[in-house]
Design a protein. Structure first.
Length: 397
């Protein structure tokens, strides 16, 4: 059957990593893939994860299937993490959560659930957005539309355009929002702007679907959930896809969750019943290890304290790399004001580097950057920052 079928193009980000692995240059730098790297250029296993895994080995009694919706203790921990320990939404029973294999599958399960009962809904993503949003929701059968978000001229949020576009979204359509650390731009809404967007959603009737992949990488675990809290408090239908790849370093364990927030406890019960049917025909039962590790960390005060410390170290290292990049580009005499890089949050930044510059960096200096100039700041270290800045200066001449 494959004789007359052309090969699929490589993934724009993971394909770049394949090319990076083949590169023989000892000074090569990968600023493309969205994976945290430490000062040594490695993706570490967190100390709290190692400790939780050791405990899990001791207490685990079976490798039998988890329930369709996953471990209920894990689900409760996820809800407290994304909504707060004292959330009225949790107390009122307006929220249900199912364990999903990573944030990607959480998005797909939520997409399938909505489309099951609203097959004519269109889905809206920010311009730009994470490239795989288009793939995930397109594969789920949605017609995908865009709303304004990033202004490349001032390299900041175009909030007026965003609000004007969202005002035109029909009731029942789905709007995907980055809860914090917008990927790929690194540009986030302020708290006041989030309040306005939540009020608009409640007034116009479109359904918010928050992609929450970087909780803790912006300002902190509590601070970064502000957007989720606003939509939850609005008393409307809302979806949240969580990923613990970045903030727990559980990349290959595929630990995530899909949370459905509803106007009432009765509706939440109905939502969970149908959520299970979607899971059952998708992956049937979720993988256990990563979720059980995250659950132990979130539920044990000592492990949670260590986790928050390690997460803060990761967050601060990225902020320091932002500052070092700006200083390094200035020291190399690169034309332009790059101070916007320090204002952005999370792992990513729209660098402002053209596709020509991106191509030169890859060809001449083995520095791998996604097309459009999106860079992963976690790929920078004290040992490669000078090399990268010098290469950028050369490429931009």
């Amino acid at each position: 059957m494959w004789k007359s079928i052309q090969p699929a193009p490589p993934d724009s980000i993971l394909g770049l990593t394949d090319e990076f692995r083949k590169d023989k240059n000892p000074e090569k730098v990968n600023l493309g893939v969205g994976v945290y790297k430490d000062e040594n250029g490695s993706t570490p296993i967190l100390r709290c994860v190692k400790a939780a895994e050791e405990e899990l080995v001791k207490i685990e009694k079976t490798k039998s299937y988890l329930p369709i919706s996953g471990d209920p203790v894990y689900a409760a921990a996820v809800q407290r993490l994304i909504l707060g320990e004292s959330s009225d939404v949790i107390k009122d029973g307006r929220v249900v959560t199912a364990h999903a294999p990573g944030g990607t599958c959480a998005l797909r399960v939520g997409a399938d659930l909505i489309r099951k009962f609203n097959p004519v809904a269109k889905l809206w993503v920010s311009s730009p957005t994470w490239a795989n949003h288009n793939g995930i929701f397109g594969a789920a059968g949605y017609e995908i539309k865009q709303y304004g978000y990033y202004n490349p001229q001032n390299r900041d949020l175009d909030f007026d355009l965003l609000m004007n576009d969202l005002l035109k979204v029909p009731a029942g359509d789905v709007v995907v929002l980055h809860a914090c650390c917008h990927n790929p731009s690194g540009v986030d809404l302020t708290n006041g702007q989030w309040q306005q967007v939540a009020e608009l959603a409640a007034r116009t009737g479109w359904i918010p679907f928050l992609d929450f992949a970087y909780q803790g990488f912006g300002d902190g675990v509590d601070e970064d959930r502000f957007a989720v809290e606003q939509f939850a408090a609005a008393g409307i239908d809302c979806y949240v896809a969580s990923s613990f790849s970045k903030n727990f370093g559980l990349y290959n364990e595929r630990a995530g969750a899909i949370t459905v927030i509803t106007p009432s406890a009765d509706e939440a019960t109905v939502a969970m019943s149908h959520l299970k049917t979607v899971v059952r025909t998708n992956y049937s039962n979720p993988p256990a290890h990563g979720a059980l590790v995250a659950s132990l960390i979130l539920n044990q005060s000592e492990l949670r304290t260590v986790w928050l410390e390690e997460l803060a170290d990761m967050r601060e290292r990225i902020k320091n790399m932002r500052k070092s990049l700006v200083q390094g580009l200035n020291a190399q005499g690169v034309d332009g004001d790059f101070s916007f890089i320090e204002k952005q949050r999370g792992m990513f930044s729209f660098s402002g580097w053209s596709d020509d510059v991106v191509a030169k960096l890859r060809k001449d200096d083995s520095i791998y950057v996604v097309g459009g100039g999106r860079i992963n700041l976690a790929g920078l270290t004290r040992s490669n920052i000078e090399y990268v800045c010098a290469a950028v200066a050369k490429a931009m001449k």
